[in-house]
Design a protein around this ligand. Structure first.
Ligand SMILES: *Cc1c(COP(=O)(O)O)cnc(C)c1O
Length: 413
């Protein structure tokens, strides 16, 4: 994140010193850079400029309204996975005609809401879902635009929990079954075939699985077209990785060139569904060191952020860079950075060398994606506030939850 920099030893995001934010708004605190969000989006727009395309931001990576609104103003479409995300995109000013609806478990109510909104298409993931969608569209007196999410069976070489394009995954329909399914869909009265979709996994650091998946999908599209089934768009999903530690993420320009070559002369529009790579490195989580707890084998730094604020370390053993907000001259010591939650899985990072004292601030980096959107209230912890920085301007885009608010919907018997 080049919008993150030090000035006289103090960590700044754009023009704002992070310690002043912690003083004003408390910790834990999510902080995002508008410039970093915009430049991540522009990098996609540039890399794929040669191919007619639509970037559908994967809302689940970070579904805060201000962030959705920012992408909507840049012209983005959206990839949603629930009725709640649909409501958010609409509330944030997103264009319903640029929404694709993914997910294996769409309810009839979610389908109805999306049909009424007039979304671009449903990415259908099973035969049962196809029949339900046809029925619901009929009841609503509408025609549902459909695309099948096919499973190209390529190994994305990523963490098993975020690998989605293998035969054994719950997602999509096997690519070999697709021709029969398209024929079936073509015969259903309340559906209109519009596209095809795949999404093979997340945090991919290698371009070749993405390119392999694209080739398999395009071959299928050509087979379908010989049968007279023509598509308006080909959606190749998200999944481009980011740098958390020492990864080398795929080069977007190279990905853009690969797809430009594959799409040359084709009439279908390219859709992409990036999530992490648009927001991940545009945000960080500020936390304060509550206690230092030296031990025989290890030292712990117990901070006020926890697995409920940032679940990725506990869920995937994910790595996040952790740096002191204010640099100190003292010699660094090695710490496990852990939260206050009563779970051994409540850690943020292991064996980090830091020069810190109790009361100091730490920045947990690359926390813009799957951070706040996965946050929970475990241990009755209110969720953090969110700040969006625009040069020297500070926008509170979400207030910190209150203890009282957490109890609001509860009743005694
Ligand atoms: C999660 C998801 C994405 C976004 O993945 P990233 O790795 O964050 O880019 C895109 N499409 C679908 C269907 C998803 O489930």
């Amino acid at each position: 994140m080049n919008t993150l920099h030090r000035l006289d030893g103090r960590l700044h995001l754009e023009g704002v010193a992070l310690d002043t934010l912690a003083e004003r708004f408390g910790t834990p605190l999510y902080v995002y850079s508008k410039a970093a969000l915009e430049s991540a989006y522009q990098a996609y727009a540039q890399a794929f400029a040669k191919t007619p395309h639509l970037i559908c931001y994967a809302v689940k990576a970070n579904s805060s309204l201000a962030i959705l609104n920012l992408f909507a103003r840049l012209g983005a479409g959206f990839d949603i996975v629930s009725g709640g995300e649909l409501m958010r995109v609409l509330a944030a000013g997103g264009d319903p005609g640029k929404i694709v609806f993914s997910g294996v478990g769409k309810t009839a109510d979610e389908m109805r809401a999306a049909l009424k909104a007039g979304i671009l298409c449903f990415n259908v993931e099973s035969v049962s879902e196809l029949h339900r969608l046809n029925r619901v569209a009929g009841e609503e007196g509408r025609v549902a635009p459909v695309s099948f999410r096919v499973n190209p069976d390529v190994d994305p070489k990523t963490h098993p929990y975020i690998s989605t394009g293998l035969k054994e995954n719950k997602f999509g329909v096997p690519i070999g079954d697709a021709p029969a399914l398209y024929r079936l869909a073509a015969g259903l009265p309340h559906l209109k075939i519009t596209g095809i979709d795949c999404h093979i996994g997340s945090q991919l650091t290698d371009l070749s699985p993405l390119a392999d998946a694209a080739k398999r999908v395009l071959a299928l599209v050509d087979t379908l077209s010989k049968e007279g089934i023509t598509l308006h768009h080909i959606d190749l999903g998200g999944g481009v990785g980011i740098r958390y530690n020492d990864e080398t993420p795929p080069d977007l320009e190279a990905y853009g060139q690969t797809l430009a070559a594959l799409f040359a002369g084709r009439h279908e529009k390219l859709l992409l569904e990036p999530g992490r790579s648009l927001v991940g490195n545009a945000g960080l989580l500020l936390t304060r060191v509550e206690y230092l707890k030296p031990g025989e084998d290890k030292n712990f730094a117990i901070v006020d952020a926890a697995m409920n604020d940032l679940m990725r370390p506990a869920l995937y053993e994910a790595y996040h860079g952790i740096v002191a907000v204010n640099q100190k001259k003292a010699a660094p010591q090695r710490y496990d950075i852990v939260g206050p939650i009563c779970e051994t899985g409540d850690f943020i990072g292991f064996a980090r060398d830091l020069a810190i004292d109790e009361g100091d601030l730490l920045a947990i980096l690359s926390a813009g994606a799957y951070g706040m959107s996965m946050a929970s209230n475990y241990n009755s912890r209110p969720r953090a506030a969110e700040i969006l920085i625009d040069r020297n301007e500070i926008h509170v885009i979400r207030e910190r939850e209150t203890q009282k608010g957490l109890m609001a919907g509860e009743r005694l018997i």
